[in-house]
Every structure is written in structure tokens, then in C-alpha cells.
Design a protein around this ligand. Structure first.
Ligand SMILES: NC(=O)c1ccc[n+]([C@@H]2O[C@H](COP(=O)([O-])OP(=O)(O)OC[C@H]3O[C@@H](n4cnc5c(N)ncnc54)[C@H](O)[C@@H]3O)[C@@H](O)[C@H]2O)c1
Length: 462
């Protein structure tokens, strides 16, 4: 099928590349010219395991193209994905101005021929109808533009030009395993009142539903959940709010463990084996961050507020998460007493491993707070240390390798659980430090091994 993906960030680019890989003809559009040039040269602007290779092979087969030309993209696609960012405003609500710009742009380029407009961006509940309205605004605004002298007037009625349906198709991929998640989804959610649009979306996803590109091609078909527009939008928010709350729950338990002398990693194992609870998202630590959980939880709280409902549980999940950042700092103060004049080394900067995404990363808050308390901050991150991202950071010296990070540090804090951090020579690193102290913000390292390496080790809730 002919597909246009508008917005080539973590979601749009992965979606475009994977749909091209399964055989669709995909044009990816972005307003960022530099990014588009990079992608046209076969390079991915983001780090995501497996993405670059798939991108190159799909470009070679002619199934994948990149452009800044929205009109060409709209003309090309039978299915038009909106995959631009919806960051949080200071009030907590979603900033939908990029979605609005795209919807209007699509409207201004519609020219007859049925289209399915798909909201893949995470948008506030009720946005499906709003997108339809904005697309129609784009159609009518274009019609209002006078035809230049000698030009051919576009006389088609707006209803004929604007033959489209809107579908909400929330995205559940995890950064760091986005390609894997796209080919191995737990479910596909399609929200629309149009049977025609749903049928086209099902056809689009058939290779994925039938697991032709999955790790286990013999597993049963991927469940497709068809809902109305608002319910699909709510599925996305409710999923992220649930996962964030689950993490805040185990962090709350960890803080109680700390006080009563229990080990939260053992507790999590004990409760996680209960099939009603499950093991995932029960790792206590420095708290959740990233580009989705914080903004999606606050957007849901804000929506509830708009409708006169106070989302108390979600507000508590946010409070616990904010307090969790503080706990790492308190642990440092407990062992180092005064932080002024001390040097703290951070292992990891990205909000989670296997990504280069720094949005709402816990490391940023830690850096800010340590700076405020007069500490010098150094950091090493397998991706950030080797990329241009390091130059955008303030208040932290980004080292090029982990062993140098340890030089003259008074303590290390493990912030991101990169697999590489399990393999470091901690005994040698400890010798380069003023005092070999490790605050393990992810309960990721082997406590006994760290003690054997000469470290004073503190985890979260253990
Ligand atoms: N990142 C994730 O893990 C994830 C997971 C699920 C859902 N989501 C949701 O998906 C959406 C996209 O997230 P992301 O992380 O991919 O965003 P992103 O910020 O990484 O990428 C957005 C892209 O859209 C482009 N863009 C902005 N305005 C444009 C316009 N008018 N026309 C064309 N391109 C435009 C930007 O240049 C950028 O490349 C968000 O709503 C997000 O909440 C993200």
C-alpha cells in the first residue's frame, strides 16, 4: 500500500522503515531539512538497534523515500500517518500545535481520492474529531486563496476533495527496542467509526498481524483491538499511566524496605511471580523519565481535571516519582555528608539503555541538584559520550570512557542500566577514586561483587 508518514522521530521513522520493510511504499516527511538530508543519505538521525540496516535495505529496494515536500507525501499516500511530537506544556497538558500544523497541511493538499488519516502521535482524548475539523479548515482555507490570473480554478466542492476518515492508532513501542516491538507487538489498537478505514488499516498491518517478520513466526496472530476514536486514545494514556504507577508502587515499597531492612529485589521477585501481577516494571530505582511517561501521565491528570475529576492515584504516582530523584541525593548526603566541593560521577545519562533519548532523563535533574549543592558532576554514557549530544549538556563534564570517569570521584551513581556497566573493572575504578562509593540507582549491579571490588555499595530499597 502507499503510505506517507509525517514526522520522522522515534515513532515516525521506525514506523516508516518497518512498513517499508514489510513491502509497502513509504514516503517519510519531516520539516527538519537537515534531518531529511541525513536520512536521504541513508543515515538514521536517532540511535535505535537494527534501524539503520533496515533503513538502508528498504531504501535500496525503492520502498522508502524521505522528503520535506508535504504535498508530494499527501498525494502519494492512501494512508497518512501523523507522527509528530506532542510534548508537555508547562501546565501539564499536551502541546498539540505540531499535530495541528500537519492536519492543516494535509487539508490544504487534499485533492480528491479517499485517504485514511492516522493519528499515531499521542494526542489528548477527543483529538480524532478535532483533527477532522482542522483538516477541513485546511481544505477551506486553500479554497479561499484567489486563483492567480491565467490559472486554472479548483472548482471541486470541499466534500469531494476531502474524502477521508480519521483513525487513532496509538503506538506502544519502547525506545531501545522499537524495531523489535514494531514486528512483535502485543496488540494493535485501531480506533475509528469508519469500517472502510479500519479495513484499510487491517490490510496495512496484515504482514505484522500474521507475524511474518516476528521473532517467533509460529506464534498466533497479533490481536487487533478495534474501538471508537476516544477509546483508542484512552488506551494509550491508560497504558502508560498504569506502567508509571506500577514503577511508583515498587519504589514506594522500596522506600519502606529501606526502613525495615528488607530487600526490594527479593520482594519484587516474590510478588512478580504472581501471574496476576507479573514481573515487568517492578524494578525499584531512581524513577521513571523519558519522552512519554511524564508527559502522558500529566496529560491524563490534566484531562481528568478538565472534566471535573481529580485523578488522585495518578497524582500520587507523580509525587512518588519526584521524591525518588531526591532519594539518590539523600543517599549521597548520607555517605558524603557535605556535597559542596565533592565530585560525583554518573554512570549513564540517557533515560534508559539502548537509546540516545535524553528527554526528561533522571540524570538531568540529578545534575541540576548536585550543581545546586556545590558538587562537581562528571558522567560517562555509552552513547552520549561518543556523540554530539554531549555538547548540549551543561553542569556536567562528559568523559569519553568509564575508567576516566572514576578519576578523583568521591562517589559514583549508576543512573542508566546500560548492559556494559555490568562488565566494568570496578576494582581498578575504585582505586582511582577519592572514596570508592557506589549508589546504584537501578539496583543493577551485584552487591557482593561490588563489595569485593572494594566499594561501599548502596542500592535502592535493599
Ligand atoms: N518516543 C516514544 O517512545 C513514543 C512511544 C509511543 C508514542 N509516542 C508518541 O509519538 C509521537 C511522536 O513522538 P517521537 O518521540 O517520535 O517525537 P520526536 O520529537 O522524536 O519526533 C517528531 C518529529 O516530527 C517532526 N515534525 C514536527 N513538526 C512537523 C511538521 N509540521 N511536519 C513534519 N514533521 C514535523 C520533527 O522535526 C521531528 O522529527 C508523540 O506524540 C509521542 O508521545 C512516542
Amino acid at each position: 500500500m502507499r503510505v506517507c508518514v509525517i514526522g520522522t522521530g522515534y515513532v515516525g521513522l521506525v514506523t516508516g522503515v518497518c512498513l517499508a520493510h514489510v513491502g509497502h511504499d513509504v514516503v517519510c516527511i519531516d520539516v527538519n531539512e537537515e534531518k531529511v538530508k541525513l536520512m536521504q543519505s541513508g543515515q538514521s538521525p536517532i540511535f535505535e538497534p537494527g534501524l539503520s540496516d533496515l533503513m538502508k535495505s528498504s531504501m535500496a529496494t525503492g520502498h522508502l523515500q524521505f522528503s520535506t515536500n508535504l504535498q508530494a507525501g499527501v498525494e502519494h499516500g492512501e494512508i497518512l500517518f501523523i507522527a509528530v511530537g506532542t510534548p508537555a506544556l508547562p501546565t501539564g497538558e499536551s502541546d498539540t500545535r505540531y499535530v495541528e500544523a500537519v492536519a492543516k497541511g494535509i487539508g490544504s493538499h487534499l485533492n480528491g481520492g479517499y485517504k485514511v488519516i492516522v493519528n499515531k502521535s499521542t494526542v489528548p482524548i477527543g483529538s480524532g474529531d478535532w483533527v477532522r475539523m482542522i483538516v477541513m479548515d485546511g481544505v477551506t482555507e486553500r479554497q479561499a486563496v484567489p486563483v492567480p490570473a491565467g490559472g486554472v480554478p479548483e472548482t471541486t466542492h470541499p466534500e469531494v476533495i476531502a474524502d477521508f476518515d480519521v483513525v487513532s492508532n496509538p503506538e506502544f513501542l519502547r525506545e531501545g527496542s522499537a524495531v523489535y516491538d514494531t514486528f512483535n507487538p502485543d496488540r494493535i489498537v485501531l480506533g475509528s467509526n469508519s469500517p472502510r478505514a479500519i479495513a484499510m488499516m487491517k490490510e496495512l498491518y496484515t504482514p505484522i498481524v500474521e507475524r511474518r517478520f516476528a521473532e517467533d513466526t509460529t506464534a498466533g496472530a497479533v490481536p487487533v483491538v478495534v474501538t471508537d476514536l476516544s477509546s483508542a486514545e484512552m488506551v494509550k494514556y491508560a497504558s502508560n499511566a498504569f506502567l508509571a504507577t506500577k514503577i511508583s508502587f515498587i519504589n514506594e515499597v522500596a522506600n519502606i524496605c529501606d526502613r525495615v531492612g528488607a530487600d526490594v529485589t527479593q520482594v519484587a521477585q516474590g510478588i512478580g511471580l504472581d501471574s496476576r501481577i507479573g514481573k515487568k516494571f517492578l524494578q525499584a530505582g531512581i524513577g521513571w523519565g523519558g519522552s512519554c511517561f511524564p508527559k502522558d501521565v500529566s496529560a491524563l491528570i490534566h484531562t481528568a481535571d478538565d472534566y471535573g475529576y481529580e485523578a488522585q492515584l495518578l497524582k500520587a504516582a507523580v509525587d512518588v516519582n519526584n521524591r525518588q530523584r531526591q532519594i539518590t541525593l539523600e543517599k549521597l548526603q548520607q555517605v558524603l555528608k557535605i556535597l559542596k566541593g565533592k565530585t560525583v560521577g554518573l554512570l549513564g545519562l540517557t533515560f534508559k539503555p539502548d537509546t540516545d533519548d535524553m528527554r526528561d532523563a533522571p540524570s538531568l535533574i540529578l545534575i541540576e541538584q548536585l550543581n545546586r549543592l556545590g558538587a562537581k558532576v562528571k558522567a560517562y554514557d555509552p552513547i552520549v559520550s561518543q556523540s554530539g549530544l554531549r555538547h548540549g549538556l551543561t553542569g556536567v563534564i562528559v568523559e569519553s570512557d568509564a575508567s576516566h570517569l572514576a578519576d578523583s570521584c568521591d562517589a559514583l551513581v549508576l543512573v542508566t542500566d546500560w548492559q556494559q556497566f555490568k562488565e566494568l573493572d570496578y576494582a581498578a575504578m575504585g582505586q582511582r577514586m577519592n572514596s570508592p562509593i557506589m549508589i546504584d540507582g537501578r539496583n543493577f549491579l551485584d552487591r557482593e561483587a561490588m563489595v569485593r571490588a572494594g566499594f561501599q555499595y548502596m542500592g535502592i530499597g535493599r
